[in-house]
Design a protein around this ligand. Structure first.
Ligand SMILES: NCc1[nH]cc(CCC(=O)O)c1CC(=O)O
Length: 334
């Protein structure tokens, strides 16, 4: 117990902060990166005042049941968001690509950190990239976006579902469960596994998921002190790019179980955004791109989403949304 007169506790009690995270190796790496960045940005912050609190989310706990049974949206974020709203933690660290496009009332994404390499990597037992896979090879992935784009390039391939975190999936591959798997290169780099990639796929071949490679920090919308503390961690170009990609996703009412890809690049204050919506077997692919001032990124993303939506037609979209609701797959857990 502390009281107002015990100054030894002033910083940890009155100014200390708790960072919430999931417990997977990648999530922990990301939470520690945020902690390090906070300590570097605020030399007055005492290291023992910044604590990492680990949560087990539904998505982590249940790996063997269809998503629809567990309840889809926010599977990896709900426990952290409840803890934020209750004041048990002050901020939560996420892979932005796992976050729904609309947040619970009272919460906000306060900072997008500088993005790591956004590309997908192929890890193939045959070495090399997609072209080097033998005819009819089996690729393990639970991501509909990866499945659809892969089949668009190579209709002869067979896709099987692969769930579990990065390490689990690499073990399954080593055990011969598939010829190859796909992972976000960012996650592999962060976990020191970059050398396992047999090819890093160009973005025009396999367009990344919206916000892939970007870590974000969520906090209470009315917690101005936390916002001020997180402000120095934000990267301006990443913020614009990710806002555009997420607006594209929102305009298509997409989530992590719809085959939607988007990637924005910023240079000289201009943004160039490419967006793609696919059918599950990759035979249908609707794509468009847009350029404009980076300061308009969210509006540009939204309008690109509307344009791709118009190309695809509402029937196609309704069908894809259905699959997202009912399918048993999900973009892999980390
Ligand atoms: N959906 C799982 C997930 N969420 C974030 C990453 C990787 C890191 C990132 O994109 O920031 C991954 C793993 C993967 O797709 O291979």
């Amino acid at each position: 117990m502390t009281d107002a007169f015990d100054t030894r506790y002033t910083d940890s009690v009155q100014h200390g902060l708790k960072i919430g995270t999931r417990g997977s190796p990648l999530a922990l790496w990301q939470a520690h990166a945020v902690r390090d960045a906070l300590l570097a940005a605020h030399p007055a912050l005492q290291p023992d005042a910044v604590e990492i609190v680990v949560f087990k989310t539904k998505g982590d706990a249940i790996l063997d049941r269809p998503l629809a049974e567990i309840g889809g949206k926010g599977l990896f974020t709900q426990e952290l968001e409840e803890a934020l709203l209750d004041g048990r933690i002050d901020c939560a660290v996420h892979s932005t690509k796992d976050m729904p496009t609309s947040l619970p009332e009272g919460l906000a994404i306060t900072a997008f950190l500088k993005r790591e390499d956004p590309r997908d990597a192929l890890i193939s037992a045959h070495g090399g990239g997609i072209d080097a896979l033998p005819h009819g090879a089996i690729v393990g992935t639970a991501s509909l976006r990866r499945q659809a784009q892969l089949l668009a390039l190579r209709p002869d391939l067979k896709v099987i579902s692969f769930r579990g975190n990065v390490g689990t999936r690499l073990k399954k591959l080593a055990a011969g469960a598939a010829d190859a798997t796909l992972l976000a290169y960012a996650g592999m780099k962060r976990l020191g596994l970059a050398d396992k990639a047999t090819a890093v796929l160009p973005v025009d071949q396999l367009l990344p998921a919206p916000a892939q490679g970007a870590v974000c920090v969520e906090s209470r919308a009315d917690d101005q002190r936390m916002k001020d503390r997180l402000a120095p961690l934000a990267d301006a170009d990443t913020t614009q790019a990710v806002l555009a990609e997420r607006a594209f996703l929102a305009a298509l009412e997409g989530n992590c179980r719809t085959p939607i890809a988007a990637y924005a690049q910023i240079s000289d204050g201009q943004i160039h955004l490419i967006g793609r919506l696919l059918g599950l077997d990759g035979r249908q692919c609707f794509e468009d791109s847009i350029k404009g001032p980076a300061s308009d990124s969210a509006a540009l993303g939204w309008s690109l989403g509307k344009s791709v939506r118009a190309r695809a037609g509402e029937d196609f979209l309704a069908h894809i949304a259905d699959i997202g609701q009912n399918d048993q797959q999900k973009d892999e857990a980390v």
